[in-house]
Design a protein around this ligand. Sequence first.
Ligand SMILES: O=C(O)[C@H]1O[C@H](OP(=O)(O)OP(=O)(O)OC[C@H]2O[C@@H](n3ccc(=O)[nH]c3=O)[C@H](O)[C@@H]2O)[C@H](O)[C@@H](O)[C@@H]1O
Length: 440
Amino acid sequence: MRLMDEELFPSTPGKIKIERAHTIHRQLYRCFASTSTIFLWALFLIALAASYATFQSFVDSSSRYFAASWGGLQWEKQVRASAAPRRPGGLSVLVTGAAGFVGSHVSLALRKRGDGVLGLDNFNNYYDPSLKKARRALLDGQDVMVVEGDINDARLLAKLFAVVPFTHVMHLAAQAGVRYAIENPASYVHSNIAGLVTLLEACKSADPQPAVVWASSSSVYGLNEEVPFSESDLTDRPASLYAATKKAGEEITHTYNHIYGLSITGLRFFTVYGPWGRPDMAYFSFTRNILQGKPITVYRGRSGTDLARDFTFIDDIVKGCVASLDTAERSTGSGGRKSGPSQYRIFNLGNTSPVTVPALVGILERHLRVKAKQKVLEMPGNGDVPFTHANISLARAELGYQPTTNLEAGLKKFVKWYLSYYGYKARNDEVTRTGSAKIM
Ligand SMILES: O=C(O)[C@H]1O[C@H](OP(=O)(O)OP(=O)(O)OC[C@H]2O[C@@H](n3ccc(=O)[nH]c3=O)[C@H](O)[C@@H]2O)[C@H](O)[C@@H](O)[C@@H]1O
């Protein structure tokens, strides 16, 4: 016990205590010898605390700024360069959904003829984002910048319009897919309604106001039985939430046209397909499954009738989009105020020759030279419609729209792209060897 005490405490503890007390006392005396010194010290401490707080908030806001994927002088310079037309009288177009199927094709077509193009895309994972990144790489190669951001981000949109006086907005960002709305209804409201309104708010406040061309859908015809579908037909019986949000979009855009003088063109696309397409669509997923020897599900109508679609090739759709931009009149408002009536248009962009789903499968089998394993099921009541068929007289008259690619030729191009993109040649051989699918 004694040993322990000696280790823990010095042999002459009292001396040490006294010396320490003296030293501390002397220091305190020096520092706080007078009340004025105490006052000065207090002031100094308050100033130190205040400057620390200011520094902290600077660090916070700067880290928020640097964490955002947009902003800064260099970024603004790139945005301006991408959106600047390369030809006299060229357009300056903000393309939303630019890393998407239709968006990437339209962006490339515009850039090719010398228009300025700036893309915007949120790269969500509704389907494989690597395909969206590959499309972005294509756009990069043509000096088209794609800003990563959401149409619901009002600050980002305001910034883009502050940096670039866009002449047009090609609005293609959306939650697509008819049947997925059963699984995730909120995503349709988020993108197709809330996102649309946020975008239109930015457009109406912009000075100059851009003309807006945007993607509606053939699905707005819903349970319509008039054939072929004309723009003048009633569209008040949607069969899916997706269709309902697109129909709502037509009404919402009308409001912005009416109140703010925004020039609006809505395009009702009919089942668009082609190279760089969407993996969630039937022609794409059928191709994947057929090549992998997996079964495909072919839906049929209730009375055993085949379902049919007015499948429209991407190049024809691109021509319709570009013609819509070219014929769009200017918005009449500026900075949120209307100064006169402005254009409001809706067009069908279809192919005018519906093809049944079994016929689509037959064409794919021929191009892939593989027999599909088919399961035929009754169409589930989850938003599908039995057929679509476009009347395109209006688009032909006003846009000079004339589709030139039939499903046979279009799918040939798609299959060629698919095989080169996914490198399925080798796997095709594997399919032959394992016999998991029958080669035709
Ligand atoms: O035209 C349109 O407005 C819509 O076209 C397509 O929707 P959809 O025509 O349903 O295209 P797919 O999903 O490719 O289906 C095509 C046909 O194949 C059928 N199908 C689909 C999937 C499947 O596994 N089996 C099958 O038989 C569908 O019932 C439909 O008749 C797009 O997915 C929508 O985003 C677009 O808005």
